[in-house]
Write a protein that binds this ligand. Sequence first.
Ligand SMILES: C[S@@+](CC[C@H](N)C(=O)[O-])C[C@H]1O[C@@H](n2cnc3c(N)ncnc32)[C@H](O)[C@@H]1O
Length: 217
Amino acid sequence: MPDEPAQEPRAPKGGPPGSDWAAFYRSTIGREPRPLFTKGMAAVEAAGVAPGQAIEIGFGDGRETLALLEAGWRVLAIDPAPAAAEVLQSQVPAQVAGRLEIRSVRAEDANLLPFDLLYAGYSLPFLGAAAFGRFWNAARHGLRPGGILVVNFFGPRDSWAGREGMRFIDVDAVRRLFDGLDVLALDEEDQDGDSFLGPKHWHVFDVIARRPPGSTG
Ligand SMILES: C[S@@+](CC[C@H](N)C(=O)[O-])C[C@H]1O[C@@H](n2cnc3c(N)ncnc32)[C@H](O)[C@@H]1O
């Protein structure tokens, strides 16, 4: 991963459908926030976006939701795995709990609130094409002017490409998703690495994009 700082022990990044998510969370809990999240938060700060309503999709062990709460955001945290809600709930400090709403539903079925920031790290590839389309329409609709999307997608050279229920898209398809938005960063990882299930080739597009302030429609 181009600008990923070394993490010791390196936190595994993902498991394919059918994964035992509870076991995955046990293996990642205590990790640092993902590099994409850190970069996204720097972009949020540079753009002068004040903490408002954030949404996290596929929050897993909850590390990034906890960081958002700590930074003063209200967070709608969405992940269909009941184990994710349990792991996150057990870590939320009482003084910020009032700014957190957890929903154990699939992103494509969630009724998204209007939001200023959406973070989805290593979760959107787990939505199949139709589900992703439904979710993305809702996300584009809910994104407020000036708001920021921090998301990643798996590319066609990923080891898991072709797995049922997952979605892999090339860079042109990635770019099309952000039509009308300002793409602040689009980074590609295309290299061998580790995963929860052992060595794999990662082909990942990390995107940070902003809806122009003052835009309508
Ligand atoms: C590889 S984990 C990533 C977790 C965390 N974001 C991280 O970086 O460690 C993928 C997460 O996406 C969630 N997920 C799978 N399908 C989903 C869907 N349809 N909507 C929202 N989240 C989903 C899983 O439950 C899992 O927690």
